[in-house]
Design a protein around this ligand. Sequence first.
Ligand SMILES: [Zn+2]
Length: 429
Amino acid sequence: MSFQFKIESASGSTRTGRLLTPHGDVETPVFMPVGTLASVKGISQDLLEELGVQILLGNTYHLYLRPGIEQVRKLGGLHRFMSWPRAILTDSGGFQVFSLNHLRKVSEEGVTFRSHLDGSEHFFSPERAMEAQIGLGADIIMAFDECTEYPADRERARSSMEMTLRWAERSRKHFEDHKHEVPWTTSHVGTAALGCPASEAREQVKPSSGDREDVSERWGTSELRSADSRGRLSLRDSGATQALFGIVQGGMDRALRKESAERTIAIGFDGYAIGGLSVGEPRSLTREIVEATIEHLPAGQPRYLMGVGTPDEIVEYANLGIDMMDCVLPTRAARHGLLFTSEGKISIKQARYAGDPGPLDPNCNCRVCTRYSRAYLRHLYASNEVLAQVLNTTHNLSFYLDTMRGVRHSIALGKGARFLAGERSRRKP
Ligand SMILES: [Zn+2]
């Protein structure tokens, strides 16, 4: 089955829809939890399923360094490796590579960078980013782009945008030539469960030298092709395929955003992301650029706003017509004791909660809020217990997912995404 996007209801600029992926449907607008290293920190996959997560995000840069693309590919791809049967999106690695300010060198060909782990030198290009993402086998993968820094003058924003467009062409070409090489197997494609027992998976795995350098050298297309000859199902046989999204750049310049959108669309992708935002600019400017970009994106294809945001912001962007969002905020904040509730943000480390017997959020039905007190959560955090991270992350993710469920419901009722925020405030005591 190929990737599809269906709009199910629309209300003003906002809409609900469904991404049909080889690993299940994803209701939109969707917030995608970030599982950087094939793990949403502190939360097991069965709990993610229970929370209703339909799609996770993985970071190609981090997985490339550890455990390595070839290792994941040989183990059947990211879905099987992390035992996650539902949809996955991977980023291209570009954002992380560009954030290595002192450790990277950019050329037309690509980016040479040093690992933040051990200082070893690596090279990413559009072609290598595609190879890596095909090897990981996510359902949705991203073109390799340059995230323009903020602030940037117009000349710099334009030259960066032009390079992203050239890299988008190269990403698309490499993807078209190699998209049938994903490591999915028959029993894994189009099913809700991981039907293939571990022994079967192991039979498909070629013995590894275990040597990272050797592995990276063999991480090439000939190795991928030979995998097919060992009985691994090619996507041509199953009809399933990954989807490739393009990324619109252009800095904070509305005219460049329009041009970037039009020329990215001309290359042709399954969906379109708005990149280069949430990089330090004021929130009003983020919103302005999102609005200025959306109007030039095709209505019938998914729109993905990368790297946002707070609960209020994800409601706001859904209201503008964004279908997909991701952010480390709910999980990272949770690990620092910062919890999002229907009554606002709570810093659970504060002494004022030490004797508070009430639930974290009286309007939340998650397994944390229905069972534990603020006093207990405060104690766990203050005592540096591992359980604090688990429970805090569980609640924050529940809160984000509930927020998006409410947004979808509200849009379906024709009331727009903002309705929910209003409902929430009315529920305050
Ligand atoms: Zn809760």
